[in-house]
Design a protein around this ligand. Structure first.
Ligand code: ATP
Ligand code: FE2
Length: 322
């Protein structure tokens, strides 16, 4: 059986096709890019998704060498995410499901990030550090659900990097650009904000922008990464210690960052824990991860309502497929 997955939680509209062994037959993503200096406007992103969705479906089917007749299940991102964008994904799933009499299933976007990571790395029961634009969470499987051990109290780490980038006139997304510039930098002090197991980034961005009055851009970029990634590493390490787990999975768009990978890698090595970062095409928002979680949930006998859940929390979902 093949599953076609639809990702539409925020700026990316993705269509992925996977088989029962999680071979990725196609993974097509079309990203809405806001005008220079602007953040994502939900209805503009949704308009983008509407415009590209038919082409994305056609491109994915072509990449896989399949037609809709070969698809046995349609999965869509049910939440969390921006409501207008989620509705585009739901409507697309409904159309495909109705026209081909194919079952459909809604999946949690954050859990999809974890499951594609568990499947494509050697890690079995990791603490997951999920670092993307809108999300920053430390997650782990305990007593039948993915529990959230720590998370951002304001903006996600990716949005924090992008906000800093906007302030200095970098294009979107700023994360990769900051990573390059930081290579030449040295440390200057920035606030370090961990409260219990939770993190806060927005004050650090303001402090970093203020620092630019006196310090060089490369030094501020270096320190922004150093400080925020140390905060992420600290909370992840404490989650490992609390749960007695011995693996860390890094995922989300910011997982592409080598500095973050290195810092987590060193921490894990010192504790004798395994570490892996999800491969880039599967770590940022994509349809294949939605398809794979849909496959797992469907096979475990789950069904869902045709609705979007913009505020759905990771630990609301009963995990009966593990
Ligand atoms: P979600 O809906 O899960 O919050 P998202 O819509 O923000 O995800 P992703 O593709 O998962 O999308 O992540 C995008 C983020 O990743 C952006 O904020 C971008 O700046 C950041 N990013 C991408 N590459 C790097 C990098 N090399 N270093 C740091 N950040 C990066
Ligand atoms: Fe995501």
């Amino acid at each position: 059986m093949l599953c076609l997955g639809i990702e539409s939680t925020a700026h990316s509209f993705g269509i992925g096709i996977v088989d029962e062994k999680c071979n990725v037959l196609a993974n097509v993503t079309d990203m809405y890019k806001p005008p220079e200096g602007w953040g994502i406007h939900p209805t503009e992103a949704a308009k983008h998704h509407d415009e590209v969705r038919q082409d994305a479906i056609a491109a994915a089917l072509e990449e896989a060498g399949k037609s809709m007749d070969d698809i046995g299940l349609v999965a869509f991102s049910q939440g969390p995410g921006l409501a207008p964008c989620l509705h585009k994904g739901l409507n697309t799933a409904k159309e495909l499901s109705d026209s081909g009499s194919i079952p459909m299933i809604g999946v949690n976007h954050c859990i999809a990030h974890i499951e594609i990571g568990r499947k494509t790395t050697s890690l079995k029961d990791p603490i997951t550090l999920y670092t993307s634009g809108a999300n920053t969470q430390v997650l782990g499987f305990v007593s039948g659900r993915y529990r959230c051990f720590g998370e951002t109290m304001d903006i996600g780490i990716g949005n924090a990097l992008d906000k800093f980038g906007r302030g200095v006139g970098m294009g979107f997304p700023a994360g990769p650009r900051i990573e390059q510039i930081a290579k030449k930098g040295k440390y200057v002090e920035l606030p370090y904000v961990v409260k219990g197991m939770d993190l806060s980034f927005s004050g650090i961005v303001t402090a970093a922008l203020n620092k630019l009055k006196r310090e060089k851009l490369e030094d501020v970029c270096f320190s922004l990464q150093e400080t925020t990634f140390a905060m992420l590493t600290e909370v992840t390490e404490r989650a490992l210690a609390h749960t007695c787990k011995d693996e860390v999975l890094l995922t989300g768009g910011v997982a592409a960052n080598k500095k973050l990978q290195d810092m987590l890698g060193v921490m894990c090595k010192e504790r004798g824990a395994g570490f892996a970062a999800v491969e880039r095409s599967l770590s940022s928002d994509n349809g294949a991860m939605i398809a794979w979680l849909g496959m797992l949930m469907h096979k475990a006998g789950n069904s869902t309502h045709d609705e979007v859940l913009p505020r759905q929390r990771t630990d609301e979902v009963d995990v009966n497929w593990i």
